[in-house]
Design a binder for this molecule. Structure first.
Ligand code: FES
Length: 166
């Protein structure tokens, strides 16, 4: 009898201890989580002024690759309605994920295309799918322009115009 009572008390206190542990974990998780404003901020700012004509760069925004290709003063196709003008430069700015199944294509400057190694998809210098299984052009990340800087993560007027929202 005494044994089973002790077992019972042990279980009760054990339960309290487990609940207390969970509460402590929850409190810690709340402390570790970034503040909502920080998560909502999620910007990547890139100064484009050092980029030379023909230069290609990949930056990261919210864990995604963002392709930036400077095209003015080169023989790369300028895509009037689809490029981003920053200062004197003309840039392709796209989310660098293949629209087929999400692989990251590679820029091939000799052929002037983006080639996806997964299933052979190809995109031209305007980000348009030109061969293989990708069903649509690259997606455009939200951005705004501040002087020579591209701020990825906020919908500025240039972005809205580009995607036909303005
Ligand atoms: S994921 Fe790019 S072609 Fe399939």
């Amino acid at each position: 009898m005494a044994q089973s009572r002790r077992d019972f008390l042990g279980m009760v206190f054990g339960g309290f201890a487990a609940a207390g542990g969970l509460a402590a974990l929850y409190a810690m998780k709340r402390t570790w989580d970034p503040l909502p404003s920080v998560m909502a901020a999620g910007f990547t700012t890139v100064d484009l002024s050092p980029m030379k004509p023909g230069e290609f760069r990949t930056v990261t925004w919210r864990g995604k690759p963002i392709f930036i290709l400077r095209k003015d003063h080169t023989d790369l196709k300028i895509c009037e309605d689809q490029d981003v003008k920053v200062g004197e430069g003309d840039y392709l700015v796209r989310i660098g994920l293949c629209t087929h199944l999400g692989c990251i294509p590679a820029w091939e400057p000799d052929k002037k295309i983006f080639k996806c190694a997964c299933h052979g998809g190809e995109f031209d210098a305007c980000g348009v799918n030109i061969f293989g299984p990708p069903p649509r052009p690259f997606d455009i990340p939200p951005f705004k322009i501040e002087g020579t800087k591209l701020v990825i993560g906020e919908e500025g007027p240039e972005y809205k115009k580009l995607v036909g929202k303005a």
